[in-house]
Design a protein around this ligand. Structure first.
Ligand SMILES: C[S@@+](CC[C@H](N)C(=O)[O-])C[C@H]1O[C@@H](n2cnc3c(N)ncnc32)[C@H](O)[C@@H]1O
Length: 212
């Protein structure tokens, strides 16, 4: 029997052996707030944070008042996230071990999917399978925000000693990748400087109108 797993165990080793990824990405939170900050009842909106790691983004989305589930393939990441979660978030923030290519949620269930550097670490065929799952669980008017490495990114995961590296996409490749699953895709290019001082080119991707 062949089991085609999309979760690379290198991530479990990273999360087991060290604390990593405790700071949320303010660019992702800005996207969420600009789109959903002023809806009358934020707690009625359901978010799914894929590859949530230790849950920094997930908990920040929860702090804004949204209901949110964070999933990650790494049991160590999920137990670190649960340990770090403050009491005040417990009624509307949850974490589960899960693979993004087989999301255990019903169809048309989620208002917004968030992705900080999860799709980019998957093999391309797995990333496409994940996007298919994301479209399945999203409501027809659902959206996704994704932060994904851009071309020019030098793979130096070894220097970082985390995970298994990631893919950088050109504008055309990124546009095609997301547009196969969403009718509206907006990309903006951004750069941040990481913990070892290297500049990291990234796409901030806003997707709407899932192709159901
Ligand atoms: C680059 S890290 C980003 C973590 C987190 N979003 C952050 O910003 O700190 C990629 C995350 O995706 C998770 N991951 C990798 N493959 C996955 C899969 N197939 N299903 C679910 N999570 C996965 C890893 O365990 C890791 O936590």
């Amino acid at each position: 029997v062949t089991v085609d797993l999309s979760f690379d165990p290198a991530w479990e080793e990273t999360h087991r052996s060290r604390q990593w990824g405790a700071m949320y990405d303010p660019r992702l939170i800005t996207c969420v707030w600009r789109r959903y900050g002023f809806v009358p009842d934020r707690s009625a909106l359901r978010f799914l944070d894929i590859g949530c790691g230790v849950g920094a983004q997930t908990m920040e989305i929860g702090r804004l008042g949204f209901a949110v589930l964070g999933i990650d393939g790494s049991p160590s990441a999920i137990s670190r996230a649960r340990e770090a979660m403050p009491e005040i978030l417990r009624h509307h923030v949850a974490f589960a071990v899960g693979d993004v290519t087989g999301i255990r949620l019903p169809n048309d269930h989620i208002d917004c999917v968030t992705d900080v550097a999860c799709l980019e670490v998957l093999r391309l065929d797995h990333a496409k399978a994940a996007l298919q799952e994301i479209v399945r669980v999203l409501k027809p008017d659902g959206t996704m925000f994704s932060i994904h490495k851009a071309d020019g990114w030098q793979h130096r995961a070894a220097a970082f000693k985390v995970g298994c590296g990631s893919r950088g996409l050109s504008y055309e490749d990124a546009k095609n990748f997301y547009s196969a699953f969403f009718s509206r895709v907006e990309l903006s290019r951004d750069v941040h400087v990481d913990a070892i001082g290297q500049t990291v080119p990234e796409w901030i991707v806003a997707c709407a109108e899932p192709r159901k």
